[in-house]
Design a protein around this ligand. Structure first.
Ligand SMILES: C[S@@+](CC[C@H](N)C(=O)[O-])C[C@H]1O[C@@H](n2cnc3c(N)ncnc32)[C@H](O)[C@@H]1O
Length: 276
């Protein structure tokens, strides 16, 4: 079964729905955790004045804002998402468009850069989405895809030395089960270099990053657990008391909580590209 068929079979939609209040907290925490990694890579790829950039599944404003500052008035930045609730309604130095990267044709390009962070892992038709992103590149343009690989490092607390850490890891296991049930592919991050090459990109490289402990890591965990609380309970993956206890443990600031590794993979569309 392809990823897409599997995802559609299990798919019940995006688990971490942007319409819930916790989405804003999650975007802020993701920005604090991962923007430095993303921006370092974007700088290395050469994003500069005049570039045309497509930010796929932007979520919040931090990455399109950074791209727009870098690309300047001569450039163009388009931020798309299935749900643009957390994007500015007007006045941003970039365009905002509601767009489903797995189902719709790519927006009018071509782009010097297409970037998606923590998006494709959730998209049912992720292979089609990747092909659409490659199609939108100009010859010589760069694709940067960053995605989690929760199967590579599945724990909330790798140093499981007491009941608080065991509980955190049990709740994280429940979160992974809900993600998988909705069609998220939990070993997706590691496949990116191969997928980029298969899609015809050259100069493919990849690296990985995850924080071991940080206030933003705890904030992300708390917002995520509050957001999926009812579904964890309904599915019998955790009790209300366990969730309350885990949130209280997080609030002490003493629980070292990590994320899945973020795998960043990038590649360039060859100048003589002959149709994908
Ligand atoms: C985990 S958030 C990541 C947000 C942001 N890229 C970041 O790294 O902070 C995933 C985002 O992908 C969006 N998304 C999920 N499925 C999508 C799809 N099929 N097309 C476009 N965006 C999608 C969600 O609405 C959400 O904003």
């Amino acid at each position: 079964m392809t990823d897409e068929a599997a995802a559609e079979e299990g798919g019940k939609g995006y688990l971490l729905d942007n319409r819930q209040a916790e989405a804003g907290e999650r975007f802020a925490a993701l920005a604090e955790l991962f923007d430095p990694v993303t921006f370092r890579r974007l700088r290395a790829l050469g994003v500069a004045d005049g570039w045309h950039c497509w930010e796929v599944g932007a979520g919040g404003p931090s990455v399109p804002g950074w791209l727009a500052a870098r690309a300047g008035a001569r450039g163009r930045v388009l931020a798309t998402d299935l749900d643009t609730s957390w994007m500015p309604k007007s006045g941003a130095p970039y365009e905002v468009l509601r767009h489903d990267v797995g189902a719709e044709e790519p927006p009018e390009g071509p782009f010097d850069l297409v970037h998606a962070r923590l998006v494709l892992v959730h998209v049912a038709r992720r292979e089609a989405a990747l092909r659409a992103m490659v199609r939108a590149l100009r010859p010589g343009g760069w694709l940067l895809v960053e995605d989690a690989d929760p199967a590579l490092q599945p724990l909330a607390c790798p140093d499981e030395y007491g009941p608080e850490q065991r509980l955190a890891n049990r709740v994280r296991r429940g979160f992974r089960a809900l993600l998988a049930e909705r069609g998220a592919r939990l070993d997706f991050g590691r496949t990116l270099p191969r997928l980029l090459r298969t899609a015809g990109l050259a100069e493919v490289e990849a690296d990985a990053y995850f924080p071991i402990t940080s206030p933003a890591g705890s904030a992300l965990e708390a917002a995520t657990v509050r957001q999926i609380r009812d579904r964890l309970i309904e599915a019998g993956l955790a009790t209300a008391e366990e969730i309350q206890e885990h949130l209280a443990n997080l609030a002490t600031g003493q629980l070292d909580t990590t994320t899945a590794p973020l795998i960043s993979a990038w590649g360039r569309k060859p100048s003589s590209h002959d149709g994908l």
